[in-house]
Design a protein around this ligand. Structure first.
Ligand code: NDP
Length: 287
């Protein structure tokens, strides 16, 4: 027998989650603030609750996928969460997630926070590789892992309810750094007779080739020895930075994306860390 699910929130992501559970044969009760969005899913087999109170009462497993933490607060106000398993897939900060976990505990519910590493088109498509980070109640996770795994993969990252959000934000922050680098790369060729579609595959391949460097960074952080396995030391890399800045200048491209990172490299070098990898920059970021 498939676990019955209540889903609060039928935005782009909520609707995709709903369809995945329906397709897998899970009895589903949905609620959305704007009722029109639920009508489509009713036609696909979902039960539609008239209120969040009714939706929460319908099942033990309650999944919320709303805009932000404030909307979770608003939607769940007045619902009876005693004995419920609340899984909150709404993007929030670690602090919000921890506070929400405590809030749920006070109301007698087990709590699991989630951070979805997928876009709606990847939901219910295992080959797409989408997954969600989960943190909070290990018992809830263990009991419902199979059901939670229907829309996307599941990766449990710890009892601290804030850890899913922290992993989510960490990965997305790194992504923005990558996008910033790619933006600079495209800017460098913008005024030249170079087709951006010829640069793109080279850029993508290079980023993929460089990505495994994060394993060495992690090993160095764990050992505390930032010279471990170094092939391109900080002194050499800082010596190379004028080439990047001059090239940008010659191409009429702003250095505003590159400079902050180069400045951190330079500061770390000034502390006498020339033989190290780039890992010491991390210590300069942490207050
Ligand atoms: P949408 O903007 O499409 O939907 C937002 C949902 O929240 C709607 O159901 C909306 O209801 C509801 N809502 C907003 N405010 C309130 C409120 N005060 N009370 C009750 N309900 C409210 O967002 P998504 O579905 O795309 O995203 C949902 C969550 O999933 C977000 O936290 C997002 O960060 C996360 N996520 C989304 C991804 C994506 O690519 N879309 C990727 C990864 C995570 P109504 O219809 O009435 O407006």
């Amino acid at each position: 027998e498939k676990t019955s699910v209540t889903l609060l929130g039928l935005g782009a992501m909520g609707t995709a989650l709903a369809r995945a559970w329906l397709a897998a044969g899970h009895p589903l009760t949905v609620w959305n603030r704007t009722p029109a969005r639920a009508a489509v899913l009713a036609a696909e087999g979902a039960g539609v609750a008239d209120s969040a109170v009714e939706a929460v009462a319908a099942n033990t497993l309650i999944v919320a996928c709303l805009l932000d933490d404030a909307s979770v607060e608003e939607a769940l106000a007045g619902t009876d969460l005693a004995g419920k398993d609340l899984v909150n897939l709404t993007t929030s900060t670690p602090a919000q997630a921890r506070a929400r976990a405590e809030w749920a505990r006070e109301r007698g519910a087990r709590y699991l926070d989630g951070g979805i590493m997928a876009v709606p088109q990847m939901i219910g498509v295992p080959e797409a590789g989408g997954y969600a980070f989960y943190s909070g109640s290990p018992e809830l996770f263990e009991q419902h892992q199979e059901t939670l795994g229907v829309p996307a993969g599941t990766t449990y990252v710890g009892k601290d309810a804030g850890f899913a959000a922290l992993h989510d934000v960490a990965l997305l922050s790194a992504m923005y750094g990558m996008f910033a680098g790619a933006a600079h790369a495209f800017a460098l060729i913008r005024k030249e007779d170079i087709d951006p579609t010829s640069l793109a595959p080279r850029l993508a391949d290079w980023l993929v080739a460089m990505a495994p460097a994060v394993h060495q960074t992690a090993d160095q952080l764990r050992s505390g020895d930032y010279t471990q396995g170094v092939t391109s030391n900080l002194a050499m890399q800082v010596a190379g930075t004028p080439t990047f800045l001059s090239t940008a200048e010659q191409q009429g491209v702003s250095t505003e994306l590159l400079r902050p990172y180069f400045e951190l490299m330079r500061r770390r070098l000034a502390e006498g860390s020339g033989e190290e990898d780039l890992t010491g920059v991390i210590d300069l970021l942490v207050h």
